[in-house]
Structures are given as C-alpha cells and as structure tokens.
Design a protein around this ligand. Structure first.
Ligand SMILES: Nc1ncnc2c1ncn2[C@@H]1O[C@H](COP(=O)(O)OP(=O)(O)OP(=O)(O)O)[C@@H](O)[C@H]1O
Ligand SMILES: [Mg+2]
Length: 250
C-alpha cells in the first residue's frame, strides 16, 4: 500500500487550471522527486498534501486514511507526521536558532525543556551545524539558513519530509551539501522524502523515482535511468537534448 495515494486531484485558481485529475502514489521509504515547468503546480501539490490549500476535487489518502476534507484540527494532527521545508524557507527572524528548531517541539509535544535541548542539539549536529543554538538567523549564510530550516523541519522526527526547492539560491557546493544531507537524513531518520526541484542533476542523483507534472497531471513517473532513455515526447522535451547529455555523462 502506498503511504500517499493521490487520486484525481483538481485545483484551479479562477480560470487557471493548475491540477487536472492528478494521480500519484508515494511509497514508504522512497525518495520521490517531482519535476515540471515553473507554474506547473508542484508547490500547490505539496501544499494540498499538507492540507494548506483546499482542492476542488479528488482524494488524498495518507497511511490508508483519507485526509482530503479533514477539519483543521485533524490536519494539525496529520501535519505532525510531515516535515516541510518550504520554498521560501523563512526562519523566524526574531527567534534564535534554538527556538526556530525547537519551535514545533515546544508547541506540539509534551517534551521537557531538557529533552528539547537535547533534540535540538542532535538535530543541529545532523545538519552539520552543531553548537549554533544561540545564533540569530540574520547572522547565518544562505546555506546555513537552509540547513537550519531543514533541522526545524525534521526536529519532530516526521515520517515524511517534503522539500520544496531545498537547494534554490545556493552555490554549487551548498547544493551538493544540502543534497547529501537530504540523503543522510533519509537514512538516519528512516523517512520518506518528497522533493521538488528544478535541478535535474540533483533530481537524478538523489531520487528513487521521478514524477513529471505536465498539463495538471503526472505525465510520467519512474526510475531516473528510465526517464533518461524515455521515448515519451513530453519527457524528452522537458529534459532537453543538452541536459540529457549532461545526465548521461554524470
Ligand atoms: N494562492 C494562489 N492564488 C492564485 N494562483 C496561485 C496561487 N498559488 C499558486 N497559484 C498559481 O498556481 C500555479 C502553480 O503554482 P505553483 O506554485 O504550484 O507552481 P510551481 O510548479 O511550484 O512553480 P515553481 O517551479 O516556479 O515554484 C501558478 O500558475 C500560480 O500562479
Ligand atoms: Mg514552486
């Protein structure tokens, strides 16, 4: 059984039809990367899967239970099982790194302050930033901010982590670092990862499976190797000849 089962999802904003009968399965333990043109609905899909936007039609099942149509209170429960690194990945600027990473632990769990301190320290170590609890977000580099946002997303030890453009705006060294980190967390925390990225090299390197969104649907899905050799015109056009050569060589 799939951990997430998305069926016939529709979402439009006025006359802008974004999702149009989208189906997608995500299995426990895999890294799935959602790719597609800018504006194709990748972020909207993640937000729908977290109940942050309402869809017009279709169903989403999470761990066997239908979550579409849940009340806000039920969604709050569901969201505790899902960590999210938002595309904007804003930290709370007025809070220290400690309070940013510990926020959900303080708000949503019965952990003691001592337990929280231990968890925050462990999580900062996981993202390669041990001991920076006392720093302010404003004093961090872009790469560090991303990693603190990642620490915040996984501090509660979610079963699933959604990453929306985890490496956007980072230099190549930090892109590699964040991607390694993502795979490291996948192993050490035993999570399921759903990634959205424009970085095809990264997508091919980290994913068990890719899903290409086109015209509001998952137009193609499969392992990276299959994608690269696909004869499907939509896949071929999306990857492009130059990128195909780059990917074959890497
Ligand atoms: N709150 C909103 N109100 C109106 N339209 C929206 C809203 N959010 C998203 N859209 C529209 O929905 C479409 C899909 O947006 P989405 O953010 O999911 O794209 P995306 O695939 O994540 O793109 P990118 O790769 O640029 O991040 C876009 O046309 C966008 O303008
Ligand atoms: Mg987006």
């Amino acid at each position: 059984m799939a951990l997430f089962e998305v069926r016939g999802l529709d979402k439009a904003f006025g006359r802008n039809v974004v999702l149009n009968g989208l189906d997608l399965d995500i299995y426990a333990g895999e890294v799935v990367t959602i790719i597609g043109e800018s504006g194709s609905g990748k972020s909207i899909l993640l937000k729908a899967m977290m109940g942050l936007i309402e869809v017009d039609a279709g169903t989403i099942r999470f761990d066997g239970e239908e979550v579409t149509g849940q009340t806000e209170r039920e969604w709050t429960q569901t969201r505790r099982r899902i960590g999210m690194l938002f595309q904007e990945s804003a930290l709370f600027d007025s809070l220290s790194v400690y309070d940013n990473v510990g926020y959900a632990l303080q708000e949503q769990t019965t952990m003691t302050e001592k337990e929280i301190a231990t968890r925050v320290a462990e999580t900062l170590t996981l993202v390669g930033l041990p001991g920076i609890e006392g720093m302010a977000p404003a004093d961090l580099s872009g790469g560090m901010r991303k990693r603190v946002a990642l620490a915040r997303a996984v501090a509660v030890r979610p079963e699933v982590v959604f990453y929306d453009e985890p490496a956007e705006g980072l230099d190549p060294i930090n892109v590699t670092r964040v991607n390694r980190l993502l795979l490291g967390l996948q192993k050490s925390l035993n999570v399921t990862s759903v990634v959205v990225t424009h970085n095809l090299k990264a997508a091919f390197a980290i994913s068990d499976r890719l899903a290409l969104i086109h015209d509001g649907k998952v137009a193609a899905t499969g392992a990276p190797e299959g994608f690269l050799e696909s004869e499907d015109p939509v896949v071929r056009e999306f990857i492009g000849d130059r990128m195909r050569q780059v990917l074959r060589a890497s």
